[in-house]
Design a protein. Sequence first.
Length: 282
Amino acid sequence: MPLALIWNFNCGLSCVEPKKNFWGEGGGASGPWPSPPKNHMPPERLQKFLSRAGVASRRAAEELIRAGRVSVNGLVVTEMGVRVDPARDVVQVDGRRVQAEAAPLTVMLHKPYGYISSRRDPQGRRVVMELLPASLRGRLYPVGRLDYEATGLLLLTSDGELAYRLMHPSRQVPRTYRVTVSGEVSQGALRQLREGIELNGRPVAAEVAVKKREEGKTVLEISVWEGRYHLVKRLLEQVGHPVLKLKRLALGPLRLGRLARGAYRPLTAAELAAVKAEVGLK
Ligand code: URA
């Protein structure tokens, strides 16, 4: 199936490649395209549309397309390069209609103690989604995990590509935690953490500073560049200091700041631009 044919279903035989842009801007009033309706989304690549709709990352969406699981206006698409108009084209994955919101939403939540960082919990424990209004619960997905007893910055987004990139180890997005550990952390232990501790056959280095020393406890600020399961706890366990308390203060360029425990807020435009730039998205 030639790609242009798939894309042109909506406009029939009169549809030709625009000279200047999709809407014929610059081509004069005689162009074959109507004025764009208000809020109309320009056409976009099928895999981008699928990731924006939260179906999968762009790369995984490409695999869905290659596997013949995606159709546009009733026809299966297996090649890359197809563009869709979110307002007009009917996109289906495994026969189910997929719709993407006009603009993805990303919020920062201050996760309190005693919540699971997922959409639901088979064991019936409280989940972070309960801290959001019902209107957002169906749209947003947590970006990575904070442990049940951990607190602090948790990002939730409807932007599949942003989530995928933030979590991908190759992006090395820094995560900074304030951690209270048992015992008095020695200079030797700090050096070991900075030089790298071997976990599952691979060394993981951290940036670490002592913030406070108390009777039998030490408060540290520690940054790591990946989001492996229980990473901070495992690193500190390896140097003999079990974690008592863990709070995420920052993720890439985002700071928790004074956001109240249990509260959430959308990212500002500047924060969104910064976090996208961090992972190579515009
Ligand atoms: N490292 C951990 O051990 N737990 C978290 O929740 C986050 C990082």
